[in-house]
Design a protein around this ligand. Structure first.
Ligand code: C5P
Length: 410
């Protein structure tokens, strides 16, 4: 978590510098303190006044005077920070860092520091792909510099490709991961001897051997919960639809594709102490998947997809009198009436808690690194602020531990 962390943000001169305004705002929301150094070129893109207003501190640049140099010289600037974050890291800044140049305040601080350094590169795609930039990137990586992004997409210069600055949420996620994980506050074998089963990711329902019905779930939230619980000594089983994620250290991942396979895998692992159903299970599957690839015959005939309902894994387990876990937690992905729908789901599915989140496209939750959730229990509704999925995981697992400590379930 970032509360209390001190970030020295070095803003380079690129069009993406405007995103630093949002980055600073979000860092401060998380109670991190931000001190800003701007390069001369950065001032062509954002004003020192905007950055000073958002950071709540003066902005440092090459015009710093003697007072600054005595009271807060460049060594002190980097000594006072927990991490140096360069965003946007331009090709020029990366080249200077890789060759150890110190021609201005920004590069001098970067050379004078013994603190971790993270860069978020942003530049034209050809500059990014140029052998010189890639060489500098390798040097920086081998010097221990952490790199976040760049992302691929449309560029301000009209081209397409890698070179876009990572989004503020991604930079925050990377800073949180580097500076102290949410596990910092959650230590000890609080879940030793407990087994926690988590469903995660999407399901894939075949239409024929090459096509399937799926959804945009990344599995990140379920895996993040698994990581926290495993770290607290639980035996963690993640029954996972197809994702691109690595299994969290200490967790066992059972890969499945369809909802029916997921249900079977979950039932095979019962009984467990806690069941957390974070998977985005497809509500329907095709009534009968074709054994051969369905052919387009050229006649203009469009095949109809007949669907049939999938088993509800959460409801099946929550209502299983013999093998119900002591605590059953569902997730509710909604695009409207988030809390109302979650309350109804708590009743209908027979679970103890529902973690409800708004997955409207504008929220960026699906596939993204942040989540804004509401914890719905029989006691009421808690509205949690927007936070990294890893922080949601930590808070949820902390709640589970407290429940355990209070002896509410055994
Ligand atoms: O009804 P809805 O899909 O919104 O419910 C979401 C919750 O139910 C999630 O916890 C999800 O993992 C679970 N679910 C399930 N099996 C299904 C559908 C949803 O376990 N077939």
């Amino acid at each position: 978590m970032l509360a209390g962390k001190r970030i020295l943000l070095i803003v380079g001169g690129g069009i993406a510098a405007y995103k630093c305004l949002e980055l600073i705002r979000r860092l401060r929301e998380r109670e991190a303190s931000v001190r800003v150094i701007m390069t001369a070129a950065a001032k062509q893109f954002v004003t020192p006044l905007s950055l000073a207003s958002l950071s709540g501190d003066k902005v440092y640049d090459d015009m710093f005077d003697l007072t600054d140099e005595t009271e807060i010289g460049h060594i002190q600037l980097s000594r006072d920070a927990d991490i140096l974050m360069v965003a946007p890291a331009t090709a020029d800044l990366m080249a200077k860092m890789a060759t150890g140049q110190c021609s201005d305040l920004a590069t001098t601080c970067l050379l004078a520091t013994d603190k971790p350094v993270m860069i978020a590169p942003a530049m034209n795609v050809r500059m990014w792909e140029h052998a010189a930039t890639q060489r500098n990137l390798e040097i920086l990586r081998s010097d221990g510099v952490h790199v976040v992004g760049p992302n691929e997409g449309d560029m301000a210069c009209g081209e397409y490709g890698p070179g876009r600055l990572a989004e503020p949420a991604e930079i925050i996620e990377a800073l949180s991961a580097r500076l102290g994980s949410p596990l910092d506050d959650l230590e000890g074998p609080r879940l030793a001897g407990k087994t926690i089963l988590i469903t995660a990711g999407p399901t894939q329902e075949p239409i024929d051997p090459v096509r399937y019905i799926a959804n945009r779930s990344s599995g990140k939230q379920g895996y993040a919960i698994g990581a926290v619980a495993a770290n607290l000594g639980a035996r963690v089983i993640i029954v996972s639809g197809p994702t691109r994620l690595d299994p969290p250290p200490g967790a066992e991942v059972i890969p499945v594709e369809t909802a029916e396979e997921m249900l079977k895998a979950v039932q095979d692992e019962m009984p467990v102490d806690v069941g957390i159903f974070a998977a985005a299970v497809s509500d329907w599957r095709t009534a009968g998947a074709s054994e051969q690839k369905i052919k387009k015959d050229g006649s203009g005939h469009v095949p109809a997809l007949e669907l049939t309902e999938n088993p509800d894994i959460l409801a099946t387990i929550a209502k299983d009198k013999k093998n119900r876990p002591g605590l059953v937690i569902g997730f509710a992905a909604e695009t409207e009436n988030v809390v109302e729908n979650a309350k109804a789901k708590l009743e209908r599915k027979g679970c103890d808690w529902v973690v409800a989140n708004d997955v409207s496209p504008s929220t960026g939750v699906m596939g993204g690194d942040e989540n804004t959730v509401h914890l719905v229990t029989s006691d009421g509704v808690e509205n949690w602020p927007q936070m990294a999925k890893s922080d949601v995981a930590a808070r949820l697992v902390d709640r589970i531990c407290n429940e355990l400590d209070e002896g509410v379930w055994t």
